[in-house]
Design a protein around this ligand. Structure first.
Ligand code: FES
Length: 292
């Protein structure tokens, strides 16, 4: 059964560069972790040595060789979050989940981990659940975060008529505005970023209308390629905390002015994105949403 599924996944990614990582991501997504049988099947079907497959599976933090909980919960313990109260938040999570960082709850509901930075220091303490950000987390908020994850209500789809509204974003590293009024898209200032292109960096401008996928770029970005997004001011890559819920590719992250966090899939052609808002309402919309 595993061998058949792995064979299908290996075939699907046969023509792609870095196929092994994509194969392992998809197999892990299907089974929740990379079992010895799954790794053996990946090695056989992709005609690689088991040592090669194990070395990739153990090198990247995103892969796990032990079963994970249904929800992946990650608390930031970096300096900025630490001084804003992360140790108390971590203690509260440990108390409520009854596990230590790195462990999975006995009911397999949560795997709890800590990291040193989630790239949104100004909004700490940060906790992500399944790659979605929760900002300014206090001990009082911990119960609500866990309940929302258990009930599956932390990423509800908005009604289609609520999808389009303008947002203003800044870099989570240097906090400078990424908005460019000189090149509007959809009648609003565009989001000005950079991405590797033809051996150097080229510009990308995205629509700031949430729900619109219109964009322009200095040169054509091949369909299906990963285009990491960089700040035009500090040049830092805008690494997101999780993987795209649509295709499993890395996400890029930006701060929404005084309101929360926007994550976008970096794979050209995928429209996966997520919006996590601090406040109960922004422009009259619900507090958390995702859209494909
Ligand atoms: S230190 Fe916590 S997000 Fe950077």
């Amino acid at each position: 059964m595993i061998a058949e599924e792995v064979s299908r996944v290996v075939e699907k990614h046969a023509d792609r560069r870095g196929a092994l990582i994509s194969v392992l991501e998809e197999v892990q997504q299907k089974y929740g972790y990379l079992s010895p049988e799954a790794l053996q099947a990946v090695a056989e079907k992709s005609r690689r040595s088991l040592v090669d497959v194990y070395s990739v599976a153990t090198f990247y933090r995103a892969f796990t060789l032990t079963p994970r909980g249904k929800h992946h919960l990650c608390a930031c313990v970096g300096t900025a979050c630490h001084v804003r109260g992360a140790p108390n938040v971590v203690q509260e999570l440990k108390t409520q989940l009854q596990v230590e960082p790195g462990e999975t709850t006995p009911d397999r509901e949560f795997t709890f981990e800590t990291v040193n930075c989630l790239g949104a220091c100004a909004l700490g303490p940060m906790v992500t659940v399944d790659g979605r950000y929760n900002s300014n987390v206090s001990t009082a908020k911990v119960r609500r975060i866990l309940d929302k994850a258990r009930m599956g209500t932390q990423g509800e789809e908005p009604a289609s008529d609520e999808r389009n509204f303008p947002i203003t974003v800044s870099c989570p590293k240097c906090h400078q505005s990424l908005m460019d009024a000189s090149t509007p898209i959809d009648g609003h200032p565009s989001i000005h970023l950079e991405t590797p292109m033809n051996g150097s960096r080229g510009w990308v401008r995205l629509s700031s209308l949430y729900g619109s996928h219109n964009c322009k770029s200095q040169a054509e970005i091949p369909l299906d390629s990963i285009a990491p997004l960089h700040c035009t001011h500090c040049s830092e890559e805008l690494h997101g905390a999780g993987l795209c819920p649509e295709c499993g590719s890395p996400m890029a992250v930006m701060l929404i002015e005084d309101a929360g966090i926007l994550q976008l899939c970096t794979r050209r052609g995928c429209n996966g994105h997520a919006l996590d808002l601090n406040e109960p309402e922004i422009a009259g919309r619900p507090s958390t949403r995702t859209a494909g």
